[in-house]
Design a protein around this ligand. Structure first.
Ligand code: UD1
Ligand code: CA
Length: 489
């Protein structure tokens, strides 16, 4: 729709009192995006000539959010006169005076509506030459929504807000979605004169419908095929309802694209995540932000990935990772913690109770057990022994550890950075590596073991340890005696 004579007005000026939040309602998130961003993303698909967002409550936060994500939308400030009618009035005033097309009005708190439905509403409006076309829904529980009141002939006559409705009107189950197309001319004719004589003392946009009807102008209505796309968010309960509906939609989309998702109820996938064919997602898994998973990888159970990249056929189990890159065929977990800048190359392994931060681990290298690796570069074919710790922080600054190709380290090593281990080197168990190790060297830092015989029985007399030691020595003596007799025979 280019040269389409269409303006889109998105309402986002309300306070959202029922959320009881210091965050403005339209900035609450579902599927990794604000409610408002969902609306703008879909609105932008219509390529309208003008896209305006009306703001007032917490306007600076909302304007900053829009500038960040949608620099091309126009911000319009609502004044102190409250109500959806006033919001649209200031938006229409901000359009070029000569604009004589149609105005699609969207609510910043109705996030599930997709671009196709918006487009169909505009098309229906134009096909019927209406002054106004509204989207409605038949809801089992219409509580909170404006009700659509129709004449005996079925044509829409007006909308009544729940707070202003008589019991008969409140019993109507057809609701106003808060999504409409108007001809700009019809809005200019009616908006200035709508009053505030209602339960909320606001200028209701919904009053326009009744006024147009009284002026004998044509009102069209489209009933949403799936009423859930019209769900609005006014409180936290509705926020979780729409989040679950959005998630179910995302899960279905990936299943159709060839992803196995074992338990949709406990799998949460943000809108911007991308998954390849034959990815398998096990229960209790959260794929968030801009995470992407390549073909054949298996993620979960119990895994959270935020802005991560996972390679083909990788396996990531019971892991928490943010801004990490996991290579093809690599394995991670169970119980691994990958912090920003953790990079594991192909065929690598990060194992149980291992934390990695800002470190590159080369192809085929393994950090299998109980380790902390921070600010480290690890070459290829490396094996870090159990309990490897990089001491990267000297209380003032962070330093790097560099470990060359094919290095194998003993268990329970501490690498006191800055330090470099040359290619092919080895280290002994328990070593504290404070100095660089040349390529191919064996580094030992632990003093030879010295046994002080009989120390416990002498210094810990009467303890259970002393008794056990005595028993063991007696048993050993007896065994030695028997062996002596046998040898004598
Ligand atoms: C509104 C409709 C109701 C409809 C419902 C659908 C009116 C009077 N009522 O009710 O018929 O069923 O949406 O979800 O329109 N806003 C402004 N400026 C304001 C007030 C609100 O921009 O002065 C914005 C809000 O930020 C919000 C949207 O308009 O994005 C709707 O406002 P809200 O107060 O949530 O209206 P509802 O009571 O839900
Ligand atoms: Ca609402």
């Amino acid at each position: 729709m280019s040269e389409n004579n269409l303006a889109i007005v998105i309402l986002a000026a309300g306070q959202g009192t029922r959320m009881r939040s210091r965050t403005p309602k339209v900035l609450h998130e579902i599927g990794g995006r604000s409610l408002l961003a969902h609306v703008v993303v879909n609105a932008e698909k219509l390529a309208a000539e003008h896209v305006e967002v009306v703001v007032r409550h917490e306007r600076d936060r909302i304007v900053a959010h829009l500038a960040d994500l949608f620099p091309s939308v126009t911000v319009v400030d609502q004044d102190e006169i409250p109500g959806t009618g006033r919001a649209v009035e200031v938006a229409v005033d901000a359009l070029p005076a000569g604009f004589d097309g149609d105005v699609l009005v969207l609510s910043g708190d109705v996030p599930l509506l997709e671009a196709d439905t918006m487009r169909e509403l505009v098309e229906a409006h134009r096909a019927t030459h209406a002054a106004a076309t509204l989207l409605t829904a038949i809801l089992d529980d219409p509580t909170g929504y404006g009700r659509v009141i129709r004449d005996v002939d079925g044509s829409v006559s007006r909308i009544v807000e729940q707070k202003d409705a008589s019991p008969e009107e409140a019993a109507v189950t057809e609701t106003n979605a808060g999504v409409y197309v108007f001809s700009a001319a019809a809005l200019r004719r009616t908006l200035p004169s709508i009053g505030t004589d209602n339960a909320q003392n606001e200028k209701y946009l919904t009053s326009v419908i009744g006024m147009l009807r009284e002026a004998n102008e044509r009102i069209s209505a489209e009933v949403a095929g799936d009423p859930r796309v019209t769900f609005g968010v006014n409180d936290r309960a509705q926020l979780s309802d729409v989040a679950r509906i959005l998630n179910a939609r995302i899960v279905r989309r990936w299943q159709r694209d060839g992803v196995t998702i074992m338990d949709p109820a406990t799998t949460w996938i943000d809108d911007e995540v991308s998954l390849a064919q034959d990815v398998t997602i096990l229960p209790n898994t959260y794929l968030l932000g801009a995470t992407s998973i390549a073909e054949g990888a298996t993620i979960g159970p119990d895994t959270t990935l935020v802005d991560c990249e996972v390679g083909e056929d990788a396996v990531v189990k019971r892991t928490d990772a943010t801004l990490a890159v996991i290579g093809d065929r690599a394995t991670v977990g169970p119980w691994s913690y990958l912090r920003p800048g953790a990079t594991l190359a192909e065929d690598g392994k990060i194992g149980t109770f291992v934390e990695i931060k800002n470190s590159q681990i080369g192809a085929g290298s393994k950090v299998p057990h109980l380790s902390y690796v921070g600010d480290t570069t690890i070459g290829t074919g490396v094996n870090l022994g159990a309990g490897a710790i990089t001491a990267n922080y000297d209380d003032i600054t962070k330093h790097r550890t560099v470990i060359g190709d094919e290095v194998h380290t003993g268990s329970h090593n501490v690498f006191v950075a800055p330090v470099t281990i040359g290619a092919g080197a080895k280290t002994g168990a328990g070593a504290v590596i404070r100095k660089d190790v040349p390529a191919g060297a064996l580094a030992l830092s632990v003093a030879p073991q010295r046994n002080v015989e009989g120390w416990v029985e002498k210094n810990r007399q009467g303890t259970r340890a002393a008794a056990a030691a005595e028993d063991a020595r007696n048993a050993q003596k007896a065994a030695d005696g028997r062996q002596g007799q046998e040898e004598d025979r």
